[in-house]
Ligand binder design. Structure first.
Ligand SMILES: NC(=O)c1ccc[n+]([C@@H]2O[C@H](COP(=O)([O-])OP(=O)(O)OC[C@H]3O[C@@H](n4cnc5c(N)ncnc54)[C@H](O)[C@@H]3O)[C@@H](O)[C@H]2O)c1
Length: 302
């Protein structure tokens, strides 16, 4: 039987802070396929995440049986590459003083100290932030636009280059994108559409460069809407979910597990020939050119 087997592989999933988002679904799927999983958690939500874990408040069930085990949690702020990049105000912020070593390079160094060089096989980038996401692009400030790109796009470039020494040959990188990279999604503002466009373009270039240098595969998943904590910041995600469900070829709510399972596949040897792709996991919504709404009666649900 052909199955996704990640036994003996170690993954790092960046952008996990609760059990509602895509990051957690990725952890579930990788863990169910047999991988050891470490996660990276943003300092402002570090305390709430670690406390929730300690108090048993997260859904640790693993598809197929057993419990999810997280090998190690690293604090990670993906907008900082090295300690010199961290402004004093952030360093002294009460949510940051209780953690240390959260820049990308420091996390890479800590992972190397913990597990050694060549000890990871999978890197998943499941994070994004656009402080002005509720502003139309045309009203977005330069600072807001650049902040969206820094957190949501450049973070992948930095992580690939700084984590590369930790990765074994034939490793896989996967990130999470959104259709607004290539089509207009009203309300997905603040430069987040530009950030996702950069992420998808960088996926192709990184696939070439990291493929040649380190034999890494780099892909991204263009996921359908999910009412995660981050997506709630957009302000309209519930309406987006409703619209997708009504208008997709598969008229069902998009699930986090759809995305988690596809990530596990893309990061597995079964996808050894796939690199540089943007793969849609959105119940087919991306293929639509028009809503069937005006003549819905012609397309009854079976
Ligand atoms: N939810 C959706 O509708 C949707 C659709 C398509 C793509 N995505 C993408 O999926 C990914 C995961 O998002 P999600 O919607 O599951 O929400 P989520 O809230 O579960 O995940 C986003 C994570 O990013 C973290 N984060 C924010 N800024 C960070 C920083 N500077 N450094 C490190 N971590 C940081 C947050 O703490 C959070 O844990 C994102 O890339 C998002 O754009 C989401």
């Amino acid at each position: 039987m052909l199955s996704i087997d990640l036994t003996g592989k170690r993954a790092f999933v960046a952008g996990v802070a609760d059990d509602h988002g895509y990051g957690w679904a990725v952890v579930r799927a990788l863990s169910a396929a047999g991988a050891s999983v470490c996660v990276g958690t943003w300092p402002p939500v570090w305390r709430i995440f670690t406390k929730s874990l300690e108090r048993g408040k997260l859904d640790m069930t693993r598809p197929g049986g057993g419990e999810i085990e997280i090998e190690k949690i690293y604090p990670l702020d993906a907008v900082f590459d090295t300690p010199e990049d961290v402004p004093e105000a952030v360093r002294n912020d009460k949510r940051y003083v209780e953690v240390s070593g959260y820049t990308i390079q420091e996390v890479a160094d800590a992972m190397k100290a913990d597990f050694g060089e060549g000890s990871f096989d999978i890197l998943v980038h499941s994070l994004a932030n656009g402080p002005e996401v509720q502003s139309p692009l045309v009203e977005t400030s330069r600072a807001g636009y650049l902040a969206a790109l820094s957190a949501s796009s450049y973070s992948l470039v930095s992580m690939v280059s700084r984590f590369a020494p930790l990765m074994r040959p034939d490793s896989a990188v996967c990130s999470l994108s959104y259709l607004a990279a290539e089509r207009v999604v009203p309300g997905y503002g603040g430069g987040m559409s530009s950030a996702k466009a950069a992420l998808e373009s960088d996926t192709r270039t990184l696939a070439f460069e990291a493929g040649r240098r380190w034999r890494m595969r780099v892909n991204t998943i263009s996921a359908g809407p999910l009412a995660s904590r981050a997506a709630k910041a957009i302000g309209i995600v519930d309406k987006m979910v409703e619209y997708y469900t009504a208008n997709s070829p598969l008229p069902e709510v998009n699930t986090a597990d759809d995305v988690g399972n596809t990530t596990a596949f893309l990061c597995s040897p079964l996808a050894a020939g796939i690199s540089g792709v943007t793969l849609y996991v959105d119940k087919g919504f991306h293929a639509m050119g028009m809503s069937p709404g005006p003549y819905l009666e012609l397309f009854p649900l079976k």
